[in-house]
Design a protein around this ligand. Structure first.
Ligand SMILES: [Zn+2]
Length: 305
């Protein structure tokens, strides 16, 4: 009888000890998780950004690829395991550590030639490729939807609306009217006769004009700016930030190394020229992605000189 009494006393005691210990383990593991989240170091991510221009059969230029070559590029880099991402995902990774998929790549089309709407859009959908189209405001504003001239015409806002609503296209700002190399100014470069303030006012007015046009027509504001002709100015970054932009693209042939220190306003890109097979081009991109210094090694590929 005495033994039974002891058991009656022991059972609640053991239960209390068990519950208290569970509670403690929970607190400790929560503390551990909290520490892990706060001290975790995000690893560097290598990011190639590719720059296409027009996509048409006839034109022989290093700024045009035929649709068959574009399709072969898509198949080839998907096969290598690259995953196309938007620029806003790149910004989120650098700014907030939000993970990117394995082997990310950014596909961009500069100048928004209408050939991209007519010849590349179907391929983006067929292979589920995310792409960034950097538009020149003056051209996009002025073009007729029905006109199709791969060289002279540009994607219109109604066409862009279709592309954006597919979920596969992000729109970038390529200036409203600074895409010129034959006037006094080369791209966005500052003129010698201009004061810093005059220069900043000029750039802000131009960039804001296109930001507003895109907002009015597509209901969104671009996050990325593509420097026309890759021309960069030290004064530009603060203006772009003021206009709500989060990143900007150069035309320097180099792989980007992304971490929280990366300057998102100096991202490098590779032009994709015609006359080079998908295998040659994307094997080179993959090999440079795996090297520590892609800047020196890029020189061995003569098509990028
Ligand atoms: Zn351009």
């Amino acid at each position: 009888m005495k033994n039974t009494k002891n058991i009656y006393l022991l059972v609640p005691l053991v239960l209390i000890i068990f519950i208290v210990s569970l509670f403690n383990i929970n607190i400790i593991s929560e503390q551990k998780n909290f520490t892990a989240v706060n001290t975790v170091e995000v690893e560097d991510v290598k990011l190639p950004i590719i720059m296409y221009h027009s996509v048409s059969k006839g034109r022989k230029s290093k700024y045009n690829v035929p649709p068959s070559l574009l399709e072969s590029d898509f198949k080839y880099f998907l096969n290598l395991g690259f995953t196309p991402v938007f620029m806003h995902q790149v910004v989120d990774f650098v700014s907030f550590g939000i993970p990117l998929p394995k082997k990310p790549i950014v596909v961009t089309f500069d100048d928004a030639h209408s050939s991209v709407f007519f010849n590349a859009f179907a391929l983006l959908k067929k292979y589920n490729i995310k792409a960034v189209i950097n538009i020149i405001g003056k051209c996009t504003d002025g073009d007729d939807v029905s006109k199709f001239d791969a060289i002279k015409s540009h994607i219109s806002f109604p066409q862009l609306r279709q592309m954006v609503s597919s979920g596969l296209v992000e729109v970038g700002n390529h200036s409203f009217d600074l895409h010129s190399d034959f006037g006094k100014r080369y791209g966005i470069k500052k003129l010698k006769c201009e004061s810093e303030q005059q220069y900043k006012n000029m750039l802000k007015k131009d960039v804001d004009k296109l930001q507003q046009r895109v907002q009015d027509n597509l209901g969104i504001k671009p996050l990325v700016f593509a420097y026309p002709y890759g021309k960069y100015s030290d004064l530009a970054k603060s203006v772009l930030i003021e206009s709500g932009l989060k990143a900007a693209l150069l035309s320097t042939h180099q792989i980007n190394v992304l971490n929280k220190e990366t300057d998102l306003f100096e991202l490098k890109r590779f032009n994709r020229p015609n006359g080079v097979s998908s295998k040659q081009f994307y094997d080179a991109i993959e090999s440079l992605t795996n090297q520590s210094n892609s800047m020196n090694n890029v020189l061995k590929y003569r098509w990028w000189r």
